[in-house]
Design a protein around this ligand. Structure first.
Ligand code: ADP
Ligand code: ZN
Ligand code: ZN
Length: 705
């Protein structure tokens, strides 16, 4: 702008979509002819492009960044002011998230808005809004059908009472940890609490870990809240649906927003309650870009907006459990399954007791096979799970010891028998299975180990001749990422299980989550031991919750609960984890894990961040990390911090990229945050100096180290 023009214009701060690496962490100054409220969407020029951006709040005293003279500033483009501004609470949430996870505000804020917003000009937006207004005449809030609403159990009523009290208070309520096994009535508590929030004219946000679980929950909410406007927000929506649902939430028209982790950023002007179902689930943590935890942000958002947040789980994360132990969260326990159904009996089958024939172990022990056969003959269903898809994890030549490694990754290519391919699950490279060993020409190359495809095949063989009560043969089916690639196939396969068209279902952990299979009376984990000895410190926690969740699939009908069983085939039946599982004793398990974590200085007793670096050679990645460590040591904030030496990631090479990481640990979260903040500009500088470095990223509160 010329000096004369610049003097006549207003200065606005605008959050632009510039990546963290560009060094633009804070909003930028622009000039505008007219005042625009913070939270207004608008177009601005950046470099040679016009981008969607958000008017941000005026700079506060103490904000970093230099103030440019007005004549160096550019003028904003048109504003989308048909849309109400994103409110203050939303902006504070985004500001916090960007700061905490070390991203630029604009980058994060724009990335959580529906992508279609970027493509609309003011006129098109008005068209969309008009269309929405027409749709609105679909529905007015009708009364809830009394017959559909069960009478609460004593524990549920107590929990609801507590939530009600917190909804009335003005202060920020403490987070609530709703702790109860599958079938104990947690969802019913969310429904009731939501009903109360809606009655007060507020909006409700419900988060679920998996897209696949949204339709189920949506159906349950829709049934209960006929006449209420319910929208879903997840990455499976079309861009048009996502925009429509987001707008409905933003305009305050949607009463209920149900979604996966990205929904934690939904703009909701009347927010009155947040529920996070299966709060322990790792999918709440975003694994690329801004690596945020939606669960943690939900807690922050609830405090910011002074509304209750309910974290529900049968096996809470050790972080949340420890918060409850320390009194920072309120624990609400639902101690029993509704209807009195017992949890299935856990049977640990000791694999050491099997006769060993030539080192070959059977996937399914004789007693488990017997139990499966009984279920088929009684017309009951079984679920057998194995966390490894494909036919076999690796193909092997007994002559020369060749194995089907991936040329691009430090991983095996998995043998898929269905389409006779060797496929890498990390970089996607696939080729037809060779007829003979590529190394020595031996024709006799064999699969090693077992994936779901092979398990399905073996089970079908083993159950041959076993008949159902109606005389039909046993039907074995499989559900995993391979069987459900086509859109709609998961639904139809789940539908077949629900309709009783499957007797034995084989699957990965995909089938252990959430699905309400009524007729399953046996759940079996055939080979879960690996997690006991994993280098990932959270592996036992995840295994325990997976097994508890899987157990929860069995015997959901009280009538069947008595004969329901959870089988675990293990070489280590005496392991403390399995012993706690035997007693369905999460609390014992949690106590022992927390003790281990405390003595090892791991979360929740220490705070972690990872700096990751990717390059074509490990040397380049390592050199960058070492320089970064030196830079950290030179910062005044480094005092309360431990910086570990760089190491290759557990998957060191993916798609020909070498991956290294360096762990930072501190007993103090603020100290860690302060260091990261001061470190970031140094890292940007270092990146420019380290030729050949492809990428670096910071992961705050990483799930695995
Ligand atoms: P969770 O979310 O803990 O798995 P749900 O809320 O889904 O538990 O409850 C399990 C089953 O019991 C559901 O079919 C639900 O409709 C039913 N249910 C929940 N609460 C009650 C209640 N108080 N009385 C009768 N049935 C209930
Ligand atoms: Zn060979
Ligand atoms: Zn690969």
């Amino acid at each position: 702008a010329t000096p004369a023009l610049a003097a006549a214009l207003l200065r606005l701060r605008v959050a632009v979509d510039a990546p963290q690496h560009s060094g633009i962490a804070a909003p930028l100054d622009y000039l505008s002819e007219r005042p625009l409220a913070p939270g207004t969407l608008l177009q601005v020029p950046l470099g040679k492009r016009e981008l969607l951006a958000i008017v941000w709040d005026p700079a506060q005293e103490g904000d970093q960044g230099q103030v440019l003279p007005a004549e160096q500033l550019r003028q904003v483009g048109p504003a989308l002011d048909a849309l109400p501004p994103l409110n203050e609470a939303w902006r504070r949430l985004l500001e916090f998230a960007a700061g905490y996870y070390q991203r630029s505000i604009g980058e994060l804020a724009l990335s959580v808005l529906p992508p279609q917003l970027r493509e609309l000009d003011g006129k098109q937006l008005q068209g969309r809004l008009k269309k929405l207004a027409k749709l609105r005449t679909e529905a007015d809030a009708s009364a809830i059908e009394a017959s559909a609403v069960p009478e609460l159990s004593v524990a549920q009523a107590e929990a609801l009472q507590r939530i009600d009290t917190l909804m009335q208070t003005d202060a920020a309520p403490p987070p609530l940890l709703l702790y109860g096994v599958t079938g104990s009535g947690k969802t019913e508590v969310y429904l009731r609490a939501a009903e109360h929030a809606l009655a007060q004219g507020r909006q409700v946000l419900v988060l679920v870990p998996e897209i696949n679980l949204t339709p189920q929950l949506e159906a349950r909410f829709a049934e209960r809240f006929a006449g209420r406007h319910i929208v879903s927000l997840h990455s499976g929506l079309t861009p048009a649906q996502r925009l429509r649902h987001w707008l409905a939430a933003h305009l305050g028209e949607a009463d209920l927003v149900l979604g996966t982790r990205l929904a934690v950023f939904a703009s909701m002007p009347r927010l009155g309650l947040i529920a996070v179902d299966e709060e322990h689930d790792p999918s709440y943590k975003q694994q690329d870009g801004a690596r945020y935890s939606a669960r943690d942000l939900a807690v922050y958002r609830a405090r910011l907006e002074r509304v209750p947040v309910i974290l529900g789980s049968a096996t809470p994360s050790l972080e949340s459990w420890q918060h409850a132990n320390a009194g920072r969260y309120q624990r609400l326990a639902l101690p029993a399954r509704i209807g009195g159904g017992a949890m299935p009996r856990v049977r640990l089958f000791d694999m050491n007791s099997l006769p060993r024939n030539k080192g070959v172990t059977t996937a399914i022990s004789a007693p488990l096979l017997h139990a499966l056969r009984q279920r088929v003959e009684r017309g009951e269903q079984s679920l057998v799970f194995l966390n490894r898809r494909g036919y076999a994890p690796v193909l092997h030549c007994g002559e020369c010891n060749w194995k089907s490694d991936c040329p691009n990754c430090s991983a095996w290519r998995v043998f898929h028998k269905e389409d006779r391919t060797l496929r890498c699950h990390h970089c996607g490279v696939a080729e037809r299975v060779p007829r003979a060993c590529p190394s020595c020409g031996n024709l006799d190359i064999a699969p090693l180990g077992r994936g779901t495809e092979r398990l399905e095949e073996q089970l079908a063989e083993m159950l041959q001749g076993v008949l159902r009560p109606d005389g039909g043969p046993a039907r074995v089916a499989r559900i995993d990422a391979d069987s459900t690639k086509l859109k709609g196939s998961l639904e139809s396969q789940l539908g077949a299980v629900h309709a009783g068209e499957v007797d034995v279902l084989v699957g990965t952990q995909m089938v252990t989550k959430g699905h309400d299979f009524r007729r399953i009376t046996l759940v079996a984990a055939v080979n879960p031991d690996a997690a006991l000895f994993s280098s990932d410190f959270r592996a036992p926690e995840r295994l325990f919750s997976l097994l508890m969740q899987a157990a929860g699939r069995a015997g959901r009908d009280a009538a069947q609960a008595a004969q329901s069983e959870m089988w675990v085939q293990t070489w280590h039946p005496q392991h403390a984890l399995y012993q706690a599982l035997l007693a369905h004793d999460f609390e014992r398990f949690a106590a022992s894990q927390l003790a281990e974590r405390e003595s090892a200085g791991l979360p929740p007793f220490a705070h972690l961040a990872l700096l990751r670096a990717e390059a074509r050679t490990p040397e380049v990645a390592e050199a960058f990390l070492k320089a970064a460590a030196e830079a950290a040591a030179g910062l005044s904030t480094a005092a309360q911090l431990l910086v570990y030496p760089p190491v290759p990631m557990s998957m060191a090479r993916v798609a020909n990229v070498e991956r290294m990481q360096m762990l930072l640990e501190s007993a103090s979260r603020p100290a860690l945050q302060a260091l990261l903040r001061a470190w970031l500009p140094e890292l940007q500088q270092l990146k420019r100096e380290h030729r050949g470095l492809l990428r670096w990223a910071i992961d705050v509160d990483p799930l695995a180290i």
